[in-house]
Design a protein around this ligand. Sequence first.
Ligand SMILES: Cc1cc2nc3c(=O)[nH]c(=O)nc-3n(C[C@H](O)[C@H](O)[C@H](O)COP(=O)(O)OP(=O)(O)OC[C@H]3O[C@@H](n4cnc5c(N)ncnc54)[C@H](O)[C@@H]3O)c2cc1C
Length: 439
Amino acid sequence: MRVVVVGAGFSGLAAAAALCRGGARVLVLEARERVGGRVATRRLADGTALDLGAQWIDPTQDRMAALVAEHGLTTFPSAAHGRPAVRWDGRLRETPPESVRQTVNLLDDLAAGVDPAAPWRAARADEWDRLTLGGWLSTTAPDPVTARYVGRLIAGGLLAVDPDEVSLLQVLFYLRSGGGSGSLLGMAGGAQQDRLVGGPALLAERMAAALPSGTVRSGAPVRAVHQDGHGVVAHTDEGAYRAEAVVVAVAPALAGRIAYAPALPALRDALTQRMPMGSALKLHAVYPTPFWRADGWSGVTTSADGPLTETVENSTPGSTRAVLTAFSYGRQARDLRRLSPGRRRAEVLAALVELVGPAAAGPDDLVEHDWSADEWTRGCFCGALTPGSWRDHGPELRRPVGRVHWAGTETATRWAGYLEGAVLAGERAAAEVLARPTA
Ligand SMILES: Cc1cc2nc3c(=O)[nH]c(=O)nc-3n(C[C@H](O)[C@H](O)[C@H](O)COP(=O)(O)OP(=O)(O)OC[C@H]3O[C@@H](n4cnc5c(N)ncnc54)[C@H](O)[C@@H]3O)c2cc1C
């Protein structure tokens, strides 16, 4: 059986590997000149490595752990020196007030009633999908600062959107899919525990290299997918590739930019119009030393105000310089994006000074990569359904359309939005294809 996979991110590469193991002849068509999708490592002249996209792996992410081992790579723990800091109502403190834990616990309790494979079946699904996280927080959090902080941490930190842009149901789905807030927000023991030596782009390159020679064709954006009773044809600028099935392993927002003949069913096409990508800016400030450690701080900060919601020390073992990575989400990221590079730099550094001290004002380098401006990603960390969309469009996420099957992290039921979810989704789509009656 011949199968075309669209996209050589982790999902497409995992799908291709599983299809090859199942005996299929596979061609992966990748738009960019590189594999990996939402991962990229930039090396500065002195060797300092910066993970511009995904970087962390959670200890419970079994498929990622297996791939790391299979491809001869190793992980290292995220830097953990000193105490975290929280900027709350204009002042720094070591932990957020108890009201934050209580509010987040309420979210976890509600998430327990959501099946991540079918969130629309939750008893209160319609009510939760009409309500935004921001609306829920405004009536549930005990005070406005708690509402703002939890909104920034959960809607921003997990989905890179504003609390008013996302439904409570989408948030509950995401919390459940990633094992709850403790797992998703945690450093040691949670989703931010480990990093990959060499960066995740290296793993993607090794996954691609392990496929039969010639399987991955880069610089080949798929513009159209045509199917009939006999097969399916993927059209690129250079040629047309016939197969018995296609796995589209890109986010729904990008899948909707491919032309389909016959046209996609109404509900599936409407899904692609209702799952925008998040809006995150990830910025790396490089310093001669990790100066924040001198005062006993870890560089891990969260903030209820300002353009940056989170920072983390992101130095790599053996690197001569220290890296502090900052994240801005939703509206704050859009506001930064609109500024000139000089004004953006000034705003970011001023915010870093508030969070980690005056020495933050003068980094050697400040490196940013805007995934929203990247033609083949258009935002991050992932796509999320808009309020009110789960009931009618959620069931279309994984439903094949004839010979076209859907992968990509957005279609995962475990660790949706993460590398692990991407791999699981690719392997699920491959299993579907191999089980097709024609297989
Ligand atoms: C800044 C940032 C930080 C993140 N942090 C983490 C983290 O720490 N841990 C974690 O687990 N996850 C993290 N993520 C999320 C993670 O990167 C994604 O979940 C994962 O990479 C998605 O993989 P994918 O294969 O589903 O999609 P993608 O990686 O987007 O792959 C899709 C591929 O398809 C290609 N493509 C698109 N359209 C076409 C077309 N028409 N024809 C051919 N090819 C096409 C793209 O070029 C791309 O290579 C982060 C993401 C970003 C951007």
